[in-house]
Write a protein that binds this ligand. Structure first.
Ligand SMILES: [Zn+2]
Ligand SMILES: [Zn+2]
Length: 339
């Protein structure tokens, strides 16, 4: 089925959008290259060039640690816990998750949650803050939409109304405090890698390289991964579940995004604590939540159950269900990683 050919997003409607719209052509694939792969290749090329004088094992270890803490702060914290309530957290964990997510420099917890709840309320329809389909379906419109969904939307002047989309967080004094501390937390997130690098190597060079790789490069990398969930994961991938939008599962982003790229399942079942629900679908955020649960810090975790999954159409590949023809005819393209 072909998507709507209008130049703007369709108005919010109750009827589900078509689930599949065929495979994208070469031009669109080229866009992924431009937005994601080329900058990453440039970065990868910089690593051997800098090795030995501008990059060390210490820098990599510091960058990795900050990537994991701030990344999981966003995925398990801002997203699965604060936005969707896929589990309950004790007070300390709640505050820790809000702080960890703030270190990703993606806005304060309340503004992040408000934007993301709005995304789910209007996904790929008018009102969605970052749909790649916002300008239509032609190659030029998609190029513009891809840029808009990836990063351009951040420059929109309209701010999502937190009073409407995140009143629960505005009413929480702990969260309001973390919200107010966003700027110092952001500065700390950039500066701390430098401080640690300086202390470990006891040198100014060590401080500067750790600041560069663990602060700047790590934040930029995590930004692109998070933005890819908004752009790529609404464009090119597999659509095994019955979501009311164009969300897709993208296996090759699963590890770096801590499981967030199983985005089609997420839109089909937003409160589910695990997004990679099928065998082989690695979901590190779910693993962390399982750890919190074992420690007793997280309770009432909304884990996928066979019944819950069946309702979402996980079994669709073996059944003929009206309206999901592509899923039925192409069982291998059902979101499983090929590796
Ligand atoms: Zn989405
Ligand atoms: Zn979500």
């Amino acid at each position: 089925m072909t998507p709507s050919a209008t130049s703007t997003l369709p108005p919010p409607a109750r009827s589900p959008q078509p689930l599949t719209d065929g495979r994208r052509g070469g031009l669109e694939q080229g866009l992924v290259l431009t937005f994601v792969v080329v900058p990453l290749l440039a970065l990868a090329a910089a690593v051997p060039l800098a090795w030995g004088w501008g990059l060390s094992v210490t820098d990599i270890a510091i960058a990795a640690a900050f990537y994991v803490v701030s990344g999981l702060g966003v995925t398990a914290g801002f997203h699965r816990y604060f936005t969707h309530g896929s589990f309950k957290a004790n007070r300390l964990l709640r505050i820790a998750l809000a702080i960890a997510g703030s270190l990703a420099l993606q806005g304060s917890v309340t503004s992040w949650v408000a934007d993301h709840r709005r995304h789910h309320a209007y996904s790929d329809k008018a009102g969605d803050p970052h749909s790649p389909w916002a300008f239509g379906t032609g190659p030029r419109a998609l190029a513009r939409g891809m840029w808009h969904a990836h990063v351009g939307w951040l420059f929109d002047r309209d701010r999502t109304n937190a009073a409407r989309f995140a009143p629960d967080l505005l009413a929480d004094r702990d969260i309001v405090r973390v919200d107010r501390a966003f700027l110092p937390l952001a500065v700390a997130s950039l500066a701390l890698p430098g401080v640690i690098g300086g202390l470990v190597t006891w040198s100014l060079t060590g401080a500067l390289t750790a600041l560069f790789w663990g602060g700047l490069v790590r934040v930029a990398l995590l930004h692109h991964v998070t933005w890819s969930i908004n752009s790529i994961c609404h464009m090119w991938g597999d659509r095994p579940f019955a979501a009311r939008d164009r969300s897709v599962n993208v296996w090759w982003l699963a590890i770096v995004s801590f499981g967030e790229s199983w985005h089609n399942l997420h839109h089909a079942d937003p409160t589910c604590a695990r997004h990679g629900v099928k065998r082989g679908q690695v979901d590190l955020s779910a693993l962390l939540i399982r750890g919190f649960e074992k420690l007793g810090w997280a309770t009432a975790v909304r884990w996928p159950t066979p019944r819950r999954l069946e309702r979402l159409g996980v079994q669709a590949s073996t059944r003929s269900t009206a309206g999901r023809t592509e899923t039925v005819t192409d069982p291998e393209a059902s979101g499983s990683p090929s590796a």
